[in-house]
Design a protein around this ligand. Structure first.
Ligand SMILES: [Zn+2]
Ligand SMILES: [Zn+2]
Length: 149
């Protein structure tokens, strides 16, 4: 983690602002390639001297950071900042072709990759034809009885 932070003493506390470079290790949500990159995360938070001000309800729902014992704990703030700016579905690159839906092959390695797409209706038909063939061996008797009728 590369911290480029500026601390400013303000009336209510200490304003921390700057950029944190976070090393992201993950995998591409499309092709599952490992991803390693640096994500710059913009940070701006106020660490308050007194985190429980009376009569100020505006900040009630917000995460409040506090100056404790004249020290500030950057870690929870950085964690929150990173989590909110982290991509939900990271990809190795914006136009990553991902994996083949049929066999899972990497389309990036094999752009012309394709399958003979077998329509499920055809395979059902194929099954019918197969059973018809099997039935034809014993169908002579049936045809004869039909003719007699
Ligand atoms: Zn990818
Ligand atoms: Zn495939």
């Amino acid at each position: 983690m590369d911290l480029q932070l500026r601390l400013e003493s303000v009336h209510d506390g200490i304003l921390v602002s700057g950029t944190v470079i976070v090393s992201i290790h993950g995998e591409c949500s499309r092709c599952l390639d490992p991803i390693d990159y640096d994500l710059p995360v913009d940070v701006q938070e106020l660490f308050m001297f007194d985190a429980s001000p009376v009569g100020d309800e505006d900040i009630e729902d917000e995460q409040v950071y506090e100056v404790r014992d004249e020290e500030i704990d950057l870690e929870p703030m950085l964690r929150d900042a990173v989590l909110t700016q982290l991509p939900f579905q990271p990809v190795c690159r914006a136009d990553c072709p991902g994996l083949c839906a049929q066999c899972g092959a990497r389309l990036e390695d094999d752009p012309d990759h394709h399958h003979e797409v077998l329509d499920p209706r055809w395979s059902a038909l194929e099954g019918l034809l197969n059973s018809a063939d099997q039935g034809s061996d014993t169908s002579d008797q049936t045809t004869e009885t039909r003719e007699e009728r």
